[in-house]
Ligand binder design. Structure first.
Ligand SMILES: Nc1ncnc2c1ncn2[C@@H]1O[C@H](COP(=O)(O)OP(=O)(O)OP(=O)(O)O)[C@@H](O)[C@H]1O
Ligand SMILES: [Mg+2]
Length: 519
C-alpha cells in the first residue's frame, strides 16, 4: 500500500513557491468564487489555482502548491522514512480500499507527533501543513491530490511523464496544467498503488486497468508501449455533492414541468432508460430521478463502478461488479449481479449501464416479470435508443419492448459544456416496426427550452391504470409536484438529504407539504 517516497520531485513544477510561513494571498470559496482564480484546501494545506492565458497556448491551469524551506524539505525526507518504519499497518488497511482513509489518518497522527518532537518551534497549523504534505506524497497522488479536490475539474489526464497533466475544467473545457509527473516510473507507481487499492495489478502482462479511488473517482490506466507516448492515468471525478433535481432545474438541464412528469413516472414504478452519449450525464440523471423513489422501498443498484448515491430513507443494497484477477478468476460481472438481484426481492433495480445483449435480455425479462427497472444505455437520441434495443446485437423483441415505458435522452454540448434533457419519449406499438418512439418533450436548442411535443398516449395511460387515477387526477398531481419543485428551487433546497426529506414528507402527507409550499 505504501508507495516509495518520490523525493519531492513533483514540487519543482510550481512556478512561484509559497513558504509555509507565508499567508495564502487570495481566498475564494468554491465553486462560487471566480472560475479563474481560487484556492483549493485540504485541512491546512492550500493550493492556489489560476487559469491564465498564455501566448500561443490558449489557457493554462496553474497550481501553486505550498513550498517548503530547504531545511523543511530535507527533514520531510527523513520523516517519510521514519513513518514507514514506525506506523503499524494492518493487512486490512493495506488491502482494503475502505480502510484508506483510516490509514491516512494514522499516518497524519504519527506524522504530527514526530514533527512536534523534532520541530518544537512550529505551531499546530504549520505542523498539520507539513504532515498533510507528506501524506499526500506517500499515500496519495502528490499534486494530483489537489486536482481531485478541485470541484471545477471533471476529468484529470496524465498522458505520460514530462508532459503536462491535462484537466477538463467545467468552465474552460480541456486545458493543460503546469503539473508534470517527473518519470514514467512515477506514473506507474501511482497506477500500481491505485490497482493495489482495489486488489489488482497493472504490469507488462496486464497493462490495462479499470479501478477507482477511495473517493469513488473512476480511474483507467494504461502502460507503455500500449499507450505509445507513455504510461497514462485517466481519472473521471465523482461528483462530490451528488446532483439533485433542484440543481438540474436551476442549471436548466430540465424544467419543473418535465421534472414533475419524471417524478410521477418514478413514483408509479414505470420502467425507464436514460440514454445519451459519453459523459452526457446519464448516470447523474438516473441518480437524480432515483431520489423520487417512495421511502422504505427496497432498491438494488448494480454498477460497474460505484457512482449512485441514494437518500437514507430507502432500503438500498448497492452491488458492484468485480473484475477478474490477473489469473482470470473471481470475476463477478453485470449479468451475474442482475440475475442475483432478482432473488433479492427488490422493489426497484437500478442498473448503471447496459452494454451487452445478455444483460439487456435479463433487464427486459425483469421488467416483463413485473420488476421496476431503471437503467442507462449509450445512444444519442430516443429513436436511436429504440433502434439499438431492437436490432442486433441487443435484439429485444417488440413484445418485451412494450414493458419499457420511458426513454429519456441526455445531451451534452461539447462546446459550451451545458447538459440538457434532450428528449423524453415513450414506447408505443407500431404496425410496421413493432414498436416506435413517441416524443413527449423535446429540447429546442435555439431557445434553450424543453417544449411539449406529442401528447403521451401510453405512459399516462398505464399510470392511470396502475394508480387508479383519471385525467384530472393526473393533471392535478403533476401540477402539485411542479409547485413543490419550483418551491425547492426558490428556497434553494438542493442537498440530497433536504430534497430527500421533502420528497418523503410529501409521500407521507402531501397536503402538509403543499400547504407549506403555498404559504
Ligand atoms: N446537469 C449537469 N450539469 C453539469 N454537469 C453535469 C450535469 N449532469 C452531470 N454532470 C457532470 O457530467 C459528468 C458526467 O456525468 P455522468 O457520469 O453522469 O455521465 P454519463 O453519461 O453517465 O457518462 P459515461 O458515458 O461515462 O457513463 C460528471 O462530472 C457530472 O458531475
Ligand atoms: Mg455513466
Amino acid at each position: 500500500m505504501v508507495r516509495k517516497a518520490r523525493g519531492g520531485k513533483g514540487k519543482k513544477v510550481a512556478k512561484k513557491g509559497i513558504l509555509i510561513e507565508a499567508e495564502m494571498p487570495h481566498q475564494a470559496t468554491m465553486p462560487k468564487g471566480s472560475a479563474d482564480e481560487y484556492v483549493i484546501k485540504e485541512g491546512e494545506l492550500e493550493a492556489k489555482v489560476s487559469i491564465e492565458k498564455v501566448e500561443g497556448m490558449g489557457r493554462v491551469y496553474r497550481l501553486e502548491v505550498p513550498q517548503w524551506e530547504k531545511g523543511t524539505s530535507a527533514f520531510m525526507e527523513d520523516l517519510k522514512a521514519e513513518l514507514l518504519r514506525k506506523v503499524p499497518i494492518t493487512t486490512q488497511e493495506a488491502l482494503n480500499i475502505k480502510m484508506a482513509q483510516q490509514l491516512r489518518e494514522k499516518f497524519l497522527e504519527y506524522g504530527r507527533d514526530i514533527i512536534r518532537e523534532n520541530m518544537p518551534h512550529l505551531n499546530s497549523r504549520q505542523i498539520d501543513l507539513i504532515a498533510r504534505g507528506i501524506v499526500h506524497e506517500m499515500l496519495g497522488l502528490g499534486d494530483i491530490e489537489f486536482l481531485l479536490k478541485d470541484d471545477w475539474i471533471e476529468e484529470i489526464c496524465i498522458n505520460g511523464a514530462q508532459i503536462p497533466v491535462w484537466v477538463y475544467h467545467r468552465k474552460h473545457g480541456w486545458i493543460p496544467t503546469d503539473i508534470t509527473i517527473s518519470t514514467e516510473n512515477q506514473v506507474w507507481n501511482y497506477a500500481s498503488s491505485i490497482a493495489r487499492g482495489v486488489g489488482r495489478q497493472i504490469n507488462t502482462q496486464s497493462p490495462l486497468l479499470d479501478a477507482y479511488l477511495p473517493t469513488g473517482d473512476r480511474v483507467n490506466a494504461t502502460l507503455f508501449p500500449i499507450s505509445y507516448f507513455g504510461n497514462t492515468i485517466t481519472i473521471r471525478k465523482f461528483a462530490r455533492k451528488p446532483w439533485t433535481i433542484t440543481d438540474y432545474i436551476k442549471l436548466k438541464t430540465i424544467n419543473s414541468e418535465v421534472a414533475a412528469l419524471l417524478w410521477l413516472a418514478v413514483q408509479y414504478e414505470t420502467n425507464i432508460i436514460v440514454s445519451g452519449g459519453t459523459g452526457s450525464g446519464k448516470t447523474s440523471l438516473l441518480n437524480v430521478m432515483a431520489m423520487f423513489i417512495p421511502q422504505n422501498q427496497r432498491v438494488v443498484s448494480i454498477e460497474q463502478t460505484r457512482e449512485i448515491t441514494l437518500p437514507e430513507h430507502l432500503q438500498w443494497v448497492p452491488l458492484v461488479v468485480r473484475e477478474p484477477t490477473s489469473e482470470k478468476t473471481g470475476e463477478v460481472g453485470m449479468l451475474d449481479l442482475m440475475v442475483n438481484s432478482l432473488r433479492m426481492r427488490p422493489d426497484r433495480i437500478i442498473v448503471g449501464e447496459i452494454r451487452r445483449a445478455d444483460e439487456a435480455q435479463v433487464l427486459f425479462e425483469a421488467m416483463h416479470t413485473g420488476h421496476s427497472v431503471n437503467a442507462t444505455l449509450h445512444a444519442e437520441t430516443v429513436s436511436e435508443t429504440v433502434r439499438r434495443l431492437v436490432n442486433p446485437p441487443l435484439d429485444i423483441a417488440p413484445v418485451m419492448m412494450e414493458s419499457l415505458h420511458l426513454i429519456i435522452s441526455a445531451y451534452r454540448d461539447r462546446r459550451s459544456n451545458i447538459r440538457r434533457v434532450y428528449e423524453v419519449g415513450e414506447i408505443v406499438p407500431s404496425d410496421r416496426e413493432g414498436v416506435k418512439a413517441n416524443i413527449i418533450y423535446r429540447w429546442r436548442p435555439f431557445r434553450d427550452e424543453l417544449d411539449a411535443s406529442e401528447p403521451s398516449v401510453r405512459l399516462l395511460e398505464s399510470i392511470k391504470n396502475y394508480a387508479n387515477m383519471d385525467d384530472d387526477d393526473i393533471k392535478r398531481n403533476l401540477k402539485e409536484k411542479q409547485e413543490i419543485l419550483d418551491w425547492m428551487v426558490q428556497k434553494d433546497i438542493s442537498s440530497v438529504e433536504e430534497v430527500g426529506k421533502i420528497i418523503s414528507r410529501y409521500y407521507d402527507n402531501p397536503a402538509a407539504v403543499l400547504e407549506m409550499v403555498r404559504q
